[in-house]
Design a protein around this ligand. Structure first.
Ligand SMILES: Cc1cc2nc3c(=O)[nH]c(=O)nc-3n(C[C@H](O)[C@H](O)[C@H](O)COP(=O)(O)OP(=O)(O)OC[C@H]3O[C@@H](n4cnc5c(N)ncnc54)[C@H](O)[C@@H]3O)c2cc1C
Length: 399
């Protein structure tokens, strides 16, 4: 495989890096101190700038208004954007909208594309994805209690979801619900588009996560579907194909997350180095960076980030060339490996900052709080490790 970066992509990555540095990082103190909604006007201005630079929606297909980058190319862009928590949102390639665009593009009807996909790609509306349930194990998503029962020309949905990221302010949800309880395990559930203003779509609360309930895009909601009635034409893809479509969504989505985490890891490493160079710890002028423990952390973090980046690019390359199914083990491996690498580096960087690291005067405490979840969502570490190990054991038992 060849990871040579073309001049075009290098130029794009450089432009994005400059933009993040000049336009988004200066907004972070407000991002940390204020309600996210208060930032929306200034973020819209930044989004207009991104559109003018023709860097809007880097991973979305060209025919619906994106840049149409390959997964490998988008991986590189995603790392540059990941340096700031605002990056993906301002360039419009944030989860869960990015995944919803992909599945609407691949599985939506013409009517669904007109009504939901086109305005979503243009940034006129937002969406969310409601699969995980309060009383069921998200780690085994075939265990769903939410049902969608046919009644006349409609589905009537009942169920209790949570962790529906960005539901607050979203125009529609893609909900996973059991439509075919008699079918085989993986054919029981379907994806259904539910406009959030439908009666019976009840946003109970934004869940406080690590002490912060957030708002609008930066929030995770608990949703109660109570007799929520939507037309059957809101079914996305064939009935009973919810898990098949979910698989399409999760492979590339994990590359996006991993590359974003690499951007976070790289920023944390740079903050660690800056602090190590500047913090004087003895009267003779020695700095933190003169201490071997800190040097070890810097060297180890650099090596770990580089290894994680190469593994992630390799997975993206496999998906681009052979499809997500062929890259299954690779995707699972990077999912737990990169999440832990990023968490470890953020932890070291915070430690190097001492008391300052615990404050919101740097972005590190935000990363520490919010990115801990990387080891849980899109498959917990243990589940990915177990599935990789099982396949290796099966393969070796045959040889
Ligand atoms: C910040 C955040 C955002 C999220 N966004 C969304 C979203 O937008 N939409 C959505 O539908 N969901 C979302 N989720 C939910 C997420 O996908 C689930 O939390 C995840 O799948 C785990 O499910 P669970 O919480 O029910 O944990 P459980 O399934 O109860 O598992 C709990 C723990 O048990 C362990 N475990 C589970 N299974 C095994 C096993 N087989 N072997 C060993 N150990 C195991 C793991 O350590 C796991 O963390 C989000 C979660 C978070 C934290």
């Amino acid at each position: 495989m060849d990871f040579t970066i073309s001049n075009r992509i290098q130029t794009i990555v450089d432009m994005i890096q400059e933009f993040v540095e000049a336009e988004l990082i200066p907004l972070e103190p407000d991002f940390l101190a204020k309600d996210f909604r208060e930032l929306l006007p200034v973020l819209r201005e930044k989004q207009e700038m991104v559109k003018k630079m023709e860097l809007w929606a880097p991973n979305f297909p060209v025919e619906c208004g994106g840049m149409g980058l390959s997964l490998l190319e988008h991986g590189l862009v995603s790392e540059a954007l990941g340096r700031s928590p605002l990056g993906h949102y301002v360039f419009w390639c944030q989860a869960p909208d990015a995944g919803n665009v992909e599945i609407l593009h691949d599985h939506g009807t013409e009517e669904q594309k007109q009504r939901y996909l086109n305005p979503l790609v243009m940034g006129e509306i937002r969406s969310c994805f409601a699969m995980t349930e309060v009383d069921m194990p998200g780690s085994n998503p075939v265990m769903l209690e939410t049902t969608a029962v046919k009644d006349g020309a409609d589905y009537v949905i009942n169920g209790h979801k949570w962790y529906t990221t960005a539901a607050d302010g979203a125009d529609f949800a893609i909900a996973m619900a059991v439509t075919n309880p008699e079918a085989s395990t993986y054919r029981q559930a379907s994806m259904i588009i539910v406009p959030t203003n439908t009666p019976g779509f009840n946003l109970v609360r934004n869940i406080p996560v690590m002490g912060h309930e957030g708002s609008d895009y930066f929030s995770h909601a608990e949703i109660l579907f109570e007799g929520c009635r939507v037309p059957q034409k809101n079914l996305l893809g064939p009935e009973g194909h919810g898990f098949v479509i979910a698989q399409d969504r999760l492979g590339p989505g994990r590359i996006h997350h991993c590359m974003r985490w690499l951007g976070i890891g790289q920023r944390a490493l740079e903050l660690m180095c800056k602090r190590a160079n500047e913090r004087v710890i003895s009267p003779d002028g020695r700095t933190l960076g003169s201490q071997q423990t800190i040097q070890n952390w810097i060297a180890e973090s650099t090596a770990e980030l580089h290894a994680a980046r190469l593994l992630t690019l390799n997975s993206a390359w496999q998906i681009d060339n052979y499809g997500a199914a062929a890259a299954r083990d690779s995707i699972s491996t990077i999912k737990f490996m990169v999440a832990n690498t990023m968490n470890q580096i953020v932890d070291r960087a915070l430690q190097v900052h001492g008391g300052l690291g615990m404050t919101d005067d740097t972005i590190l405490a935000f990363f520490y709080r919010h990115e801990r979840a990387a080891r849980i969502y899109d498959g917990a570490d243990e589940v990915h490790k177990s599935s990789v190990a099982k396949r290796i054991l099966r393969k070796l038992s045959k040889s």
